[in-house]
Design a protein around this ligand. Structure first.
Ligand code: GLA
Length: 383
């Protein structure tokens, strides 16, 4: 069932009435450009066909339910956060208030087909869809830039995950059939056609919702930038260093900061290269860059897990163009780029290989590049 149907029927079940508005936003895979968005570099995400839907109706107070467990939570949006998923919604309400776009209260039902904790940006799908639905309820249409900012601040400032803006940006701006090359240092966006399907294989290793290792890496990158500025005054972002400057970095920075910088600088070059090759339709080269990116995450950024390393290696051996762990890391999912005429066979072999090695069958599915956040029509009354 679609997320929209799930959310509206959950709304009817939990609140014995019909929702007034529904909005949805997609999860994403990042093709390339990992841990570059908070270092001023490029990213190349694609929106998934899997979405999160938020159905809402006006009310004097706040009640929210997820179709995952059907439990209705009463929310005090002024109280300290509770370190649970409802914090994301509270964060959205607070940020909407700060731009005068929050309703006084609402009944809210949430449903999602985006796997949670799989590095597929289920949190941005939630914050973007919620911000869109609640602003509509308040009679306000946010600009796409405002929508990105409200969702980003809900996660970054309120929940405390030190993310960049990639996930919110693709969830808002995605268009069908394309990836988005976002140059985060300057804020430009360029659409790049994505032919065919991308494949996602979930490692089944869930990463924590609230930042943990990501926050540590971000701190390391900030320390590295501060050190680099001692000999490169005026350096704005780590991604502005050229590959030719890496020997200088290696001579001056302590380990493990050298490795973190090496990842950011080489990933920046790889991502721009991958966008060019995708524009030229050269999927084999894009795939090779994906696998190279994975090795850099594994060896330099130290953000992969053995399950993902295994999948990437096997994907190469089974004839895929390339594969890599997508999203923050420390668990999550691998994106696989494979020749269209062989993808079914490659995926079947890959899931079997994984089963033989880890004793369980991983979820694997294909997606085309999908569209960003939108208001959804309310489904007709169920008879
Ligand atoms: C998470 C963050 C993004 C980005 C990635 C790593 O998904 O939300 O902003 O930093 O990790 O590339």
């Amino acid at each position: 069932m679609s997320a929209v149907r799930l959310a509206t029927s959950q709304f009817a079940t939990s609140f014995a009435s019909r929702a007034a508005v529904v909005a949805s936003a997609p999860g994403r895979v990042n093709l390339l450009g990992e841990h570059t968005d908070y270092n001023g570099g490029p990213v190349l995400p694609v929106a998934l066909e899997r979405r999160t839907a938020v159905a809402a109706a006006p009310s004097a107070d706040w009640r929210v339910v997820s179709s995952l467990d059907g439990v209705v939570h009463e929310l005090d949006v002024n109280a300290p956060l509770r370190r649970q998923w409802t914090d994301y919604l509270v964060g959205v309400v607070r940020e909407l208030r700060s731009v005068g776009a929050a309703p006084p209260g609402a009944r809210v039902a949430i449903a999602s087909t985006v796997p949670i904790g799989a590095g597929l940006s289920s949190s941005a799908a939630l914050t973007v869809a919620a911000a869109k639905a609640l602003a509509l309820l308040a009679g306000r249409a946010l600009t796409p830039a405002d929508l990105v900012e409200v969702a980003f601040r809900a996660e970054h400032d309120q929940v405390g995950v030190r993310c960049g803006r990639m996930d919110q940006t693709i969830a808002v701006h995605a268009e069908r059939g394309t990836a988005l090359l976002i140059e985060t240092g300057v804020g430009t966006m360029r659409r790049v056609a994505v032919p065919g399907r991308l494949w996602v294989v979930e490692t089944g290793v869930a990463h924590a919702l609230t930042g943990g290792e990501l926050n540590v890496r971000r701190l390391e990158c900030e320390q590295a930038l501060a050190s680099c500025r001692r000999w490169r005054p005026g350096l704005r972002h780590l991604a502005d260093l050229s590959p030719g400057e890496l020997p200088d970095v290696a001579a001056r920075l302590p380990s493990p900061l050298i490795a973190r910088v090496r990842h950011v600088v080489t990933e920046t070059a790889r991502t721009r290269d991958a966008a060019r090759r995708l524009m030229a339709g050269d999927l084999a080269s894009v795939g090779a860059l994906l696998s190279e990116g994975h090795r850099s995450l594994r060896d330099e950024f130290c953000s992969t897990v053995p399950e993902a390393d295994f999948l990437v290696e096997q994907a190469g051996m089974r004839g895929a163009y390339g594969a890599r762990l997508t999203g923050a890391g420390w668990g999550g999912a691998v994106v696989v780029l494979a020749p269209a005429d062989r993808e079914a066979r490659i995926l079947a072999e890959l899931t079997r290989d994984f089963g033989d090695r880890f004793g369980r069958v991983p979820a694997a599915w294909g997606t085309r590049a999908a569209a960003g956040a939108r208001r959804e029509a309310l489904p007709p009354k169920e008879r």
